[in-house]
Structure formats: C-alpha cells, structure tokens
Design a protein. Sequence first.
Lengths: 336, 336
Amino acid sequence: MTARVPDLPGAARGPVVAVLCADRRPPGLELIQSAAVVRYTTAAGLPAALRGADALFVWDFTSTAVEGAWPATNPPRWVHIASAGVDTLLFSALRDGDVVLTNSRGVFEGAMAEYVLGLVLAFAKDVPGTCAAQRERRWHHRETERIDGRAVVIVGTGPIGRAIARMLRAVGMRVEGIGRAPRDHDPDFGVVHGFDQWVGRLPHADFVIAAAPLTARTAGMFNATTMAAMRRSARLINVGRGALVVTEDLVAALRDGVIAGAALDVVDTEPLAASSPLWSLPTALISPHMAGDFVGYLPTLADLFVDNYRRWRSGSPLRNVVDKRLGYVLTRPGGG
Amino acid sequence: MTARVPDLPGAARGPVVAVLCADRRPPGLELIQSAAVVRYTTAAGLPAALRGADALFVWDFTSTAVEGAWPATNPPRWVHIASAGVDTLLFSALRDGDVVLTNSRGVFEGAMAEYVLGLVLAFAKDVPGTCAAQRERRWHHRETERIDGRAVVIVGTGPIGRAIARMLRAVGMRVEGIGRAPRDHDPDFGVVHGFDQWVGRLPHADFVIAAAPLTARTAGMFNATTMAAMRRSARLINVGRGALVVTEDLVAALRDGVIAGAALDVVDTEPLAASSPLWSLPTALISPHMAGDFVGYLPTLADLFVDNYRRWRSGSPLRNVVDKRLGYVLTRPGGG
C-alpha cells in the first residue's frame, strides 16, 4: 500500500481520521468515508497524516510510531487502538493532554480465555510431548495431570482476567485474582488479593496467569525473586504483555527448574528473535501473540471502531475510554 | 517378575485370586493377602494360575490372553478388569457362563473429559502448529478458532461420554449424544439420538467424539461412508476403542480432506506400529492410549478392586457389574 492515500474525490468534508496500518487496512471503513476524510498511512507517513487530523485509529497496534509522530500542536482529539493494551500510547504528551483514548476491550476476552485453558491443558496433558513422540513415531505412554481442583493465581482482574477466571472455574480449577481492589466475594474470582500481597500467593499456585496491562507497577513483576516464590511444579502463562516478565530471569528459571514451565503468547520484543534461547527450552511453549486473535477478529475490531466513531460524531459517550493514569479502562465493557 | 509367585507361607487359606499382570503388579493388594491366595501371573502362566481360581483380576487390561487361558471346567466365579472397556473378555465361554464380570467404571471419566477438552482446544488453537513453529524458531501468527457455540456429537452415553458432555458444555459448546436410549431432556446431553439416527447427525458437528464401548454394533462405525457425512471442517476424536474406526478409511479421509482432522488416543492395534501412515498425517494427532491415565490412576484402580473384593467376600452387591450381553455396565456408577 502507499504511505498516504489521497482523500477520495467528491467525499463530503468532515473530520480528518488518520488510520495507522501496517500491510493491510481495516475492513469496513467505507461506512464512515462518506462523511469523513480518512487518511490511511503506514508509520513512515504518520507525521504528515496526523497534521490537522481530528482522530487517530491505531489499526497496527504493534506499532510504536505514534509517540515520535505526535504533533506538538493541535493533536487529534481522539485516539482509538485495535488492542486491549495501550502501553505504546502512554507517552507523556498523549497521557497528559486532553486527547481521549479508547481501546478494544470486549473483543478478545472470550478467545483469550479459551486459549489460556488450551495452554493449561497442553501442560497438564503434555500435548507438546505427544506431538514430539508422534514426530518420532514413538508410542510413549505417560501419566498425565488432572486440572480438577488445581490452584490458579490470575494477575489482572480486568475483563480478560475475569473471562479467564470464569473459564477455569467452569472446568473445576480453583482461582484467585491479583488486582488493584482486593475483595473477598468477587463474582468471577472469589478472592482478589492486592498487588502488595501477590508474591505471598505464588507458593499456592499450580498455574500463574499474567493477564495484566503493562504499567509502571506491572513491568518486570515476574523476575528472579518472584519466580523463586513459585512452586517448582508450577507453570507461568503470559497473555498480557511481554515486559511483565524479565525474559533473562525466566530463561534462567526454566533452565534451572525453578519453575516447571512457561507458555508465552507475548514477549518483550516481538516478533521474538530467532536467536532467542526461549525457542529451544523444552519446558517453554512460545506462541506469536495470537491468544485473542480468533477467526473474524479483524472485522470485529474494525466494527468497534466504526461504532465508536459514530458515537464520537453524535456526541454520545464513547465505549472503552481508557483511564490514562491507570493505563486501562476502569469500568465494565460497554460503559463510558 | 516371575510368571507365578508361590502362595505366601503362613497365609490363611481363602479364595484363590489370579492376578494377570504385565511388568508391574497392582499396588495395595497386601490388604487382601492375609485372607486370600493371590496368584500373580503374566500371560504365559495364566492357564496354570486359573486352575482352581475363584476370581481373576485382569490388571494388564491390554492383554488378550484370558480367552485362550479360560478353563473349560470350574472357571472363576468373578472377573474384574482394570479398565472401562471389557471387549477382550466378551468371548462366548465367559459371556454365556455364570461368571460375574465387573469393570473400573468411575476411575477414568474425569481425566478423560479433561483430555478430550485438551484435544478440542489443541485443534481449535492449533497447538501442534505452535509446537512445530517453535521447533523452527518461527514467529508465525495465525487466526485461531473459537470453541464457544461449536457443535459436538458424542457417540456413547455411558459415564465417560457423560463426563465429556458436561465438560464441553461447561465451556460453552453445544453437545448432543448418540446412545442406546434416545431422549429429549437428558441432564448431561440435552438431546440423545439413537444409533439408527446417528449418521444423520454428523453433518451438524464441528467435533465428533467417539466414547463408545466396542461391541458388535459399534465396531467399524467410523468408516468411509459415515466419515463422508461429516463436515470437511470437522474433527474426529476417538477415546473409546481403536476398532470403532476403520483405520484405512480414516487415513484416506484425512489424506483427501474429507474431514479436517482426527485425534486418536486409541487405535485398532496397540501400540501403533512405527510403519503406520497415521503418524505422519499432518492433521492427525496420535496419543498412546493415555486419556484416562492420570497421575495416581494405578493405585485408584487397585483400590477399586480391593473394595469390590471385600464386597464379594461379604456377599454385598459388587460395583460395576457388566451386562455381558450389552458389553458395559447398565446402571450408574456405584450401583450394582
């Protein structure tokens, strides 16, 4: 695609919407093009596309280009991102300004909960070992683990953590949450412990799920010290952000048997370099940031933007407004 | 081990119990040895061990040696097998005689339901593809399938099929059963269709689970004709008995894309020969008959035998009495 597409001839004038793409454009934006000037751009063209833009749609949510392209004067009034995490957008000019930031909460939760359960069962039933034995045409019987009654600590009590909690409870696991607001009778988690208590909960867990946003508080929370508090039989599953984990500490913990395994759907630098030691650790399971990316997720993400765009134009409350100090949406999905 | 262990010196006389083992004896039988003569044997010694035996415990449930070793006169009065399936014991002399046959219903159900869910998610989330990409150090993003709302047909409405039904419903799948007794309001399945209707249900299923006992009615039920009725996108999961499936027809169906995949925890001849084409089919997932074999299943199986032995000695109703004409236990677990 070209870095900058000229405005469609004959389009009615309207708000200028910059859309940051990588190789493919979001589907379905023709629904707004009759009453907007849509500027599709890649990272290279972003500074120009943002000049005079009223809104920015970060379709390529992996991009880190927004900070460098952000206009010093007259920035967009609204930024929407096609992801749940907004960490790439929390630079000070955006965070401290008046711009409204919205995310794609509500799209990924169900798929991610299924994916996490798939990873839990991949560990418990040794699916990777089965694939390896099959490659060698080897009939190799093993005893496998039950998941019924096993203890899970889920770090992050946002909608993704909640969907994971409901799913794992539905299959008989015992879950508890780690979150901002401790409480005893949470409908999804039962008990939620505060972040000041979280390391003390690690020795009780068979599975630890990282489903937190990346913020100053959560960055590097899984490091040599905290992983040493986990059971040697425990597995860590990260579907949040790669930088929640200190990768070199995790590599050492897996090599030394400090923990029994780790499934990483996110890593600190994506795509993961071919030279990374993570790929070849026998107790690591690496997937390419796809836990939430179900068949049909792209149109669903684009639809959410179109819906929010219409709300924005009509002055209705936007969906998924991010609290820029916290780094995530504070209220329930669908709320303002 | 030796083929035949002499009776313990000083043991009180009591019933003679032959125990058919492969390489390892069942744990915990010392609980009955003070008041019984326990004859541990491998297949080679079975004819001698059965001479004058009152009971037979088939610990090596993979063995097919019982038929050939069965005494023409004075056979055991009770046979117990450490498995759910009893197909190796339904030869006419045993089936038509007075011998009571019991199985290990109640031990495997929960583990098997978890295992089947693990296989469903392995397909939906492409865990084998993730393992393969990791081996090649390749960051290969894919969209994956939701399981929420997907349709499952479970063939077999015994306790294993029921546990699978409950588990898959708990995670949002739509299930229906194929069984002996059709009904509309089954607590686990919702709807159960009869075997006369089963092929007509196949076009509706995303996943077809074979969890039936091997009987004259079920042998070879998955063949070229019936698999052609399945969706091209559907997967077959067999955790029942290998001979439910005509293997060469399945190989052809997978090769030709008649169905999208198959996970086989059982095959018609176990262990599967290294030369089998199944191993290298990219849409096949082969595991070595271990779906129910959770850590601790061996002591659990032995405990069930000891409990039944005590019932037998005291004249109480035995657990898991098999209807030898049907080939499985007719009533609920725990019942006579």
